[in-house]
Write a protein that binds this ligand. Structure first.
Ligand SMILES: Cc1cc2nc3c(=O)[nH]c(=O)nc-3n(C[C@H](O)[C@H](O)[C@H](O)COP(=O)(O)OP(=O)(O)OC[C@H]3O[C@@H](n4cnc5c(N)ncnc54)[C@H](O)[C@@H]3O)c2cc1C
Length: 387
């Protein structure tokens, strides 16, 4: 896919923002376990970076998905994964369904402020006993007069400690698990919502993740996204953007880490020569870069098909799977060549390894991606092809 001058300008805007407004503070935010999300998002909103693909009527730039992807790719220049994760939740996880299927009123009240960076969004799907098995969630939203009354617990909810609203998946009837769910926008100040203290994570330290309790939370029925009962399907559609975002936002980070490792191995000497002179090391780094380029090609091919209106379930799942694999392989291999320095907490390979580990779990584990890919390939007897 050929990128235009406009793509390059969008990328430059994101890159400058990362260099000037994020990277100088990353170490401090990682140590603190949080970052000033409202302040950061307001700046991004002013630059148009939170609504690249969103409709212009609600403050977005109305550009096609390739612009969104180009900007997401730049996020890999951020010196940590946590802040980009929080940004991705806002742009590609909590808002795609609202932007496409929400009523104008709902989009005015919740999408427009999210695009402007005035409200922070969270996506609330996972539960303590249902992560991979989304169909098995227990949270309910029962009709009472003009309202839904919501009860349940959501687990591992990124941005939740500072979120202004949740895009929540709940059961709105007792019907079949794929037909009884709805996506509902729940404002944090609705009453009855408790956010637990933030979780102590292996990586993604600067993003805040917590368990959230919904106890008789009342929201108007007009906060429903799309039609009642279509929530599972809408969330599966929303997951496609989340998964492409997840794959794209990592690749510049792999490029940078491989490059930093090459530079380190040129400087560091062992047995009378620079480490990089070992064919085993430079071949391995060349091979990893080849893998990264293959992933980049897959992501951009998926993007082209997505813009063309095709179902990219298979390609997005493959990209997410491969990104998960490389998020482990690239930092682990690089860390090895940094030796003892690589084992230090603040080493770039070490941070990549901790942050990148989430890629094989969050937004659908590697095995869940393999399951989807198998279905699209008609591998299993008796299981219908999904696309
Ligand atoms: C830091 C972080 C941030 C998160 N942010 C959010 C968020 O903002 N919103 C949200 O809704 N969720 C969020 N999640 C939840 C995340 O999406 C889930 O953790 C993920 O979907 C996996 O679910 P689980 O943890 O319940 O694992 P489980 O479903 O218990 O699965 C455990 C493991 O079993 C294996 N497995 C599962 N299914 C299969 C299968 N069919 N075949 C073979 N093996 C299988 C996989 O290896 C999997 O990792 C976040 C999680 C983390 C850790």
């Amino acid at each position: 896919m050929l990128l235009t001058q406009e793509h390059e300008e969008m990328k430059r805007t994101m890159r400058n923002f990362i260099e000037n407004d994020l990277n100088p503070h990353v170490d401090e935010w990682e140590a603190a376990g949080e970052f000033p999300i409202h302040e950061v998002f307001k700046k991004m909103g002013d630059l148009g970076l939170l609504g690249v693909t969103k409709p212009t009527e609600f403050g977005g730039l109305g550009l096609d998905y390739s612009y969104g992807l180009a900007v997401s790719e730049e996020l890999g220049h951020c010196n940590c994964g946590g802040v980009p994760l929080s940004i991705g939740v806002q742009t590609d996880m909590a808002t795609p369904a609202l932007a496409r299927f929400g009523s104008d009123e709902l989009r005015r009240d919740y999408l427009a402020p999210a695009i402007a960076g005035e409200m922070v969004a969270s996506i609330a799907v996972s539960e303590p006993h249902a992560g991979s098995d989304v169909a098995n969630i227990k949270t309910t939203a029962k009709k009472d007069g003009d309202d839904y009354v919501i009860n349940g617990t959501k687990m591992w909810i990124t941005n939740s400690p500072k979120a202004d609203w949740f895009c929540l998946l709940a059961n709105t009837s007792d019907g079949k698990p794929h037909m009884n769910k709805s996506l509902i926008i729940v404002p944090k100040d609705a009453g009855g919502i408790t956010v637990d203290k933030r979780l102590n994570k292996l990586g993604m330290r600067s993003s805040e993740t917590a368990q959230v309790y919904f106890d008789n939370v009342r929201v108007p029925q007009r906060n429903l996204i799309g039609t009642e009962g279509a929530g599972f399907m809408l969330q599966m559609i929303q997951f496609q953007e989340e998964r492409l975002w997840g794959a794209a936002s990592g690749i510049r980070g792999y490029d940078n880490l491989i490059r930093q490792t090459i530079e380190y191995c040129k400087e560091r000497e062992a047995f009378g020569m620079p480490l990089i002179n070992n064919q085993y090391i430079h071949f391995r780094l060349a091979e990893l870069q080849t893998e990264v380029e293959l992933l980049r090609s897959l992501i951009w091919r998926a993007c082209e098909e997505y813009i063309g209106g095709k179902d990219v379930l298979q390609l997005a799942s493959m990209a997410k799977l491969k990104a998960g694999r490389l998020s482990r392989e690239v930092p682990d291999t690089c860390l090895q060549y940094w030796g003892g320095n690589g084992f230090m907490w603040d080493n770039p390979a070490s941070r990549h390894l901790r942050d990148g580990r989430l890629a094989s779990i969050g937004g659908g584990a590697d095995e869940v991606m393999l399951g989807i890919i198998c279905k699209t390939m008609d591998i299993l007897p008796g299981k219908k092809k999904s696309s």
